[in-house]
Design a protein around this ligand. Structure first.
Ligand code: HSE
Length: 399
């Protein structure tokens, strides 16, 4: 029998306990031994849960228990998850995490520590919910030359945008529904401001380039600036607005960003709706592939966590991976795209003069789509307009 401990008994922690218990026999067959949840660490008590009797409040009990083989960290947040992970790895325990914040901030240190202590640190559930994305990127795809990894990596914002698109729901109602379904972060600002997606693309960028970029150094926009009229405009030109996280790789150097993009039919990402996430990998000689599945919620995330637990307990070995911290995520100002810009109608003459090769796409307000331009060039023109008091109401790039 292999003993494990779960740190955190929230949406994901309880989903993991349910799955380990429901598919106990199947999992034992995979591992070669039965898995036993010995402890669940949480500040709260759960008298009504079938796992309530396993709940303890002191991490030292877990880390000092020699019989604990694998620790599942599904607490979220940087602290004390960082300290607990470090301590468990140093004491020779495997650690499995769904916590993108700690992986994005400290993944380099944890992978190093795992190697030094001959244990595994795995984090399949930290990106893309139930989609198996980390393992394929680490093993199956790594021999390709990566050109880009991009994806819809936040279930909450994709759910909100889909509800706004298809049902015309308000942002507030859609967010409330996402929270009720257990998709949103404890503080949903991390979802709607793009920070959660930024953490996830930083992890994917580290896997494909080895460079761990500070999350706060990358260009990050959320979905709060998207107006109803932008959604309608996108629809009228056969596009959908989605929050897309991108890591573009040039000669091994990543340029990483998170922003809403207007996706065309030609983009496979356009078809991922609701809580679904999708990750598109573009490499040579492979070309494009896309992986798709539920990006948040107890069941999907628990599936990814348990896949790592099985790998650890079956002694599949550590991820063959190391990250090196770097200072920043590329030069966003060199990034080029066509961009949709909307201005108040009275500024039409000035705007069309500044963006003389742009196409006007709406009459009621001055909405244009620019030619392919770098961020630096667009900024220059917007600054000049800004000096005349002309500021865009919306700015959304096309993909
Ligand atoms: N809040 C996250 C999301 C949870 O909505 O994608 C899964 O990481």
């Amino acid at each position: 029998m292999i003993n494990i401990a779960i740190l955190g008994f929230g949406v994901v922690g309880s989903g993991v306990a349910d799955l380990l218990s429901k598919n106990k026999k199947q999992i034992a067959d995979l591992v070669g031994e039965e898995l036993n949840i010995k402890y669940i660490l949480d500040l709260r008590e759960f008298p009504d849960s079938p796992f309530g009797h396993l709940v303890i409040h002191d991490f030292d009990t877990i880390v000092n228990d020699e019989s604990i083989d694998t620790v599942i960290e599904v607490m979220g947040g940087s602290h004390p998850a960082y300290e607990f992970t470090k301590s468990a790895l140093s004491r020779g325990k495997n650690v499995v995490s769904s916590n993108k914040e700690v992986v994005a901030n400290f993944g380099d240190e944890f992978l190093r520590l795992a190697k030094e202590n001959s244990v595994s640190y795995r984090f399949e559930a930290s990106v893309g919910g139930g989609i198996p994305i980390i393992d394929p990127l680490v093993s199956t795809l790594r021999h390709n030359d990566t050109q880009e990894v991009r994806g819809i990596l936040n279930g909450t914002t994709n759910y909100i945008l889909t509800k706004m698109f298809t049902l015309g729901e308000s942002f507030e109602n859609a967010l409330k529904a996402a929270q009720e379904r257990g998709y949103a972060e404890r503080n949903p600002d991390a979802d709607i401001l793009g920070i959660d997606a930024a953490r996830k693309i930083v992890i994917l960028a580290a896997i494909v380039t080895g460079k761990l970029i500070p999350v706060d150094s990358i260009h990050t926009e959320g979905i709060t600036g998207i107006r109803d009229s932008d959604i309608k405009l996108a629809e009228s030109i056969g596009r959908k607005i989605k929050l897309v996280a991108r890591c573009i790789v040039n000669d091994g150097a990543p340029t990483v960003m998170v922003a809403p993009f207007m996706l065309s039919e030609a983009s496979p990402l356009m078809h991922a709706d609701g809580v679904y996430n999708a990750v598109e990998y573009i490499g040579s000689p492979l070309g494009n592939i896309m992986m798709y599945g539920k990006g948040a919620g107890a069941g999907a995330t628990a599936s990814a966590v348990v896949s790592d637990v099985v790998s650890c307990c079956a002694k599949v070995g550590s991820l063959s991976l190391g990250f090196t911290k770097v200072k920043e995520g590329g030069n966003f100002l060199d990034f080029a795209s066509q961009t949709y810009l909307a201005f108040a109608p009275e500024h039409a003459d000035e705007v069309m003069l500044a963006f003389d090769d742009a196409v006007r796409v709406r009459a009621e307000e001055c909405a244009v789509i620019t030619s392919l331009m770098t961020e630096a060039d667009i900024e220059k023109k917007l600054c000049a307009l800004g000096e005349k008091g002309i500021v865009p109401l919306s700015r959304i790039r096309l993909l």
